[in-house]
Design a protein around this ligand. Sequence first.
Ligand SMILES: C[S@@+](CC[C@H](N)C(=O)[O-])C[C@H]1O[C@@H](n2cnc3c(N)ncnc32)[C@H](O)[C@@H]1O
Length: 255
Amino acid sequence: MGTETTSTGTDWRAWQESWDRQQEWYMPDREERFRVMLDMVEAFTGPAPRVLDLACGTGSITKRLFDRFPDAVSTGVDLDPALLAIAEGYFAGDRRVTFVRADLTDPHWTSALPYDTYDAVLTATALHWLHTEPLATLYGQLGGLVREGGVLMNADHMPDPATPRINAAERAHRHAVMDRARAAGALDWAAWLELAAQDPVLAAPTAERFAIYGEHADGDTPPPEWHASTLRAAGFAEARTVWSSPSDALVLAVK
Ligand SMILES: C[S@@+](CC[C@H](N)C(=O)[O-])C[C@H]1O[C@@H](n2cnc3c(N)ncnc32)[C@H](O)[C@@H]1O
């Protein structure tokens, strides 16, 4: 796990860490969000959960899951070949995790999974890449994958359209902080991808991910109540926000 450097000379740990720094530039509360997510995993599933790390990227959730619950097992699903290459390099040899390449908007994506059910489906900073209609379909599929008593948690940007002045002020403040950090050398998403494109091992998968997505897919950012009610309609018994920051929320649904 995290054997860091391969025979190709790729330092996977360094890529994993630079991914974290880049994501934190957007979300200073990212670690707290992960901590609360794992607190709720503990509350519902016990110490050895079987987890689906949905739209896993480099495996950020899986990494924190294993740090906290060494007996957990995880399946990471994503479509981005460059982020999956980092995940596979970083976790090479760790039999607790399997990575699957699939498109979450493909009606048959669940057939690629190694298990029929999960104790917890966890996802962060990802489902805003989908429009609400495919996201509602995805929630319906996830309703069938979570075992009775298990949970789904989605942490993402979920602005409330009923509070436009608050949203605008929060956004302006957040972007001013980000601009100062970028002036001091922080990498944004585009700059980070440029760096990946220059890496001899990541260049080809990075070119492939641009062919799939462009810079970023188009999606929606519905408010927490949309997520909660859509999850209830998808077969979850209860759903609500369990954490929020000025810009983000973590919605938990229990089956
Ligand atoms: C910003 S990253 C977040 C990764 C990780 N959860 C984290 O917090 O570090 C968003 C991820 O969603 C994935 N994603 C977006 N749309 C997807 C789709 N239709 N199918 C599979 N993965 C998707 C992207 O490939 C990307 O890895």
